[in-house]
Design a protein around this ligand. Structure first.
Ligand SMILES: C[S@@+](CC[C@H](N)C(=O)[O-])C[C@H]1O[C@@H](n2cnc3c(N)ncnc32)[C@H](O)[C@@H]1O
Length: 195
């Protein structure tokens, strides 16, 4: 129900109204610039106000940003206009509404947890396409009390998830603390030829 205050759209619209979203892309993405394909179509899952999508568009990707929040989508569009880049912004409730059609050369999920959506998006990678996944783990609660438990990966869950994917090479699996005291699990994956 779109006007149910518990619906993710309403909850995230409120969150975006309370706190300005970050505008700089995360180090998770920028530190891995060398692993990105040369260009093509990119899918930013739950891309929020567009900080990663705009960075990717500036690097020549044709980016589709999906997010459930009207506020996030509007801000992403406005930021893209201000930055002089084009974004295809789609207000989609992931896990409920269908993903945009592929193929994509890049899939990004940063701070959004739904392994079934990840799996489906990775299934839309073309040959040689790369997926970057980054999500805080439960260890984050050792140092801070957010995000809530439902947004945190269990220990080992990222590795277990990647082991279930067919035709996918694992380029990186790592965990570590960020400067903001988040403990993140990260995966960089590539669709192998012939799969
Ligand atoms: C922590 S923010 C991360 C935003 C962005 N990926 C970033 O790193 O800046 C989580 C995002 O997930 C979006 N979101 C939550 N549930 C969603 C759903 N079911 N479908 C699409 N977007 C969703 C929220 O609106 C919010 O923009």
């Amino acid at each position: 129900m779109a006007d149910d205050p518990r619906h993710p759209r309403e909850r995230w619209n409120r969150r975006y109204g309370e706190r300005p979203p970050p505008s700089e892309p995360s180090a998770f993405l920028t530190d891995r610039a060398d692993l990105l394909p040369d260009g093509g179509r990119a899918l930013d899952l739950a891309g929020g106000a567009g900080r990663h999508a705009i960075w990717l568009a500036r690097r020549g990707f044709e980016v589709t940003l999906t997010d459930v929040s009207d506020t996030a989508c509007a801000r992403a569009g406005a930021r893209a206009d201000a930055a002089g880049v084009e974004l295809d912004v789609r207000r989609i409730e992931l896990g409920v509404e269908p993903l945009p059609a592929g193929p994509f050369s890049l899939v990004l999920s940063h701070a959004y947890l739904d392994t079934e959506v990840w799996r489906e998006a990775i299934g839309r990678l073309g040959v040689g396409g790369v997926a970057l996944l980054c999500q805080p783990t439960v260890r984050t609660l050792e140092r801070r009390d957010r995000p809530g438990r439902s947004w945190l990966l269990e220990e080992g869950q990222m590795e277990a998830f990647t082991s279930t994917l067919d035709g996918i090479e694992v380029l990186e699996l790592s965990e570590g603390w960020t400067d903001e005291d988040r403990h993140e699990a990260r995966a960089v994956l590539r669709r192998a030829a012939g799969c």
